[in-house]
Design a protein around this ligand. Structure first.
Ligand code: ADP
Ligand code: MG
Length: 343
């Protein structure tokens, strides 16, 4: 059984090493470190021409080149420099629009205009630090999705206030994963596992016809290599946002990378992680970040308001809340955690 569990890149690599002779192990794996600030790995379980993996990674490289805030020539970097972007690509516009709908639905808990704030904290960057309160107040003054206009007809994006900055870090990976999955499907691939640094896309089902079994990481710092439960899915994006993913410590306190756009500080809603499951990885990515900021009650409400979206919330008390559609798909492995009935 263990062979089929996939939980992040490390486990994938391990599996490929020990499963090579197994009849239904991956046929080909490609891993890249260069895109969207994370390790990206695609495992094909079907015979397919080598060009299929190349095409999928080309699509990821293209999303990175256009949407990464850290690429000086990207559309987002250009928008942040000039406050305006002309000739915006259709998918950048569509992703910004999608971000806006999740911002509206989450009351601004999710907000891609957190760019100045994320730059200030620089969590995951070279100089992570706790900014001076006055700087946070200033950054909050230039944060707000309502001041970002994206117009598909003229292919333009602009900020209504000076000094604003966008950061697609919470959704670009999800979108790139959707693109890679689309290319694999169009090439006839029926069984594949995509792992974009914790954004999993389980394409089709396991080659023997059973569901993919995905290990949910233990959301505790220092224990992320373990999994606390297993989720069985077919053809679904499974995206987790967690405090353990990216953080730094200062004066004995831990600061993670998901910011509450209302306070300007790392979200502190009592959650260790939120996993969202749906067909669209970009949407799962946006909603998992939104729910992590919102907390259990509000987050569950948000998830339930969206058709075809399910979620697993893990609190600091190690309580696990699961939406109705996932109850039979989830099995708990770490008894320190406790599945409680969903409010
Ligand atoms: P990860 O990228 O580790 O999978 P998320 O998808 O939750 O995690 O995205 C976190 C990233 O999104 C941060 O690194 C930052 O760039 C950006 N971000 C932080 N807080 C927010 C927020 N409230 N809304 C939108 N984007 C955010
Ligand atoms: Mg996200």
């Amino acid at each position: 059984m263990k062979k089929k569990i996939v939980a992040g890149v490390l486990m994938l690599v391990l599996l490929s090493a020990c499963n090579r002779a197994a009849p239904s192990g991956p046929v080909a794996i490609q891993t890249e470190l260069n895109y969207l600030g994370t390790v990206i790995s695609i495992s094909l379980y079907d015979e397919a021409p080598a060009s299929v993996l190349e095409d999928a990674f080309d699509a990821v490289a293209d999303v990175h080149a256009r949407m990464s805030v850290h690429e000086a020539s990207s559309e987002i970097a250009s928008l942040n420099r000039d406050g305006f972007l002309g000739n915006a690509s259709p998918d950048t516009l569509a992703l910004i629009e999608m971000g806006r709908s999740v911002s509206e639905a989450s009351g601004g808990a999710f907000d891609i205009t957190v760019g100045v704030l994320t730059g200030l904290w620089d969590i995951g960057g070279e100089h992570p630090n706790v900014p001076e309160p006055a700087k946070i107040v200033r950054a909050l003054g230039v944060t707000g999705y309502k001041h970002l206009d994206a117009d598909a007809a003229s292919a333009t994006v602009r900020f209504a206030e000076q000094g604003m900055a966008a950061d697609l870090g919470a959704i670009a990976k999800g979108y790139a994963c959707d693109e890679a999955a689309r290319i694999l499907r169009e090439a006839g691939v029926q069984h594949a596992m995509l792992d974009f640094g914790g954004n999993i896309y389980a394409l089709g089902e396991y080659p023997d016809g059973s569901p993919w079994r995905i290990g949910l990481r233990t959301p505790l710092i220092g224990e992320e290599a373990a999994y606390m439960g297993i989720l069985s899915v077919r053809d679904k994006a499974v995206v987790t946002s967690g405090a353990y993913e990216r953080f730094f410590e200062q004066d004995g306190k831990t600061y993670h990378h998901i910011l509450d756009p209302h306070s300007g500080y790392p979200a502190d809603s009592g959650l260790l992680s939120v996993t969202v499951v749906c067909e669209n990885s970009a949407m799962a990515d946006a909603l998992s970040t939104a729910c992590f900021v919102l907390g259990t009650q509000e987050g569950l409400k948000l998830i339930r308001s969206w058709d075809g979206v399910e979620g697993i919330f893990i609190t600091e008390e190690k309580e696990v809340f699961i939406t109705d559609g996932l109850h039979t798909a989830f099995s708990l492995k770490d008894q320190r955690f406790k599945v409680v009935s969903t409010p």
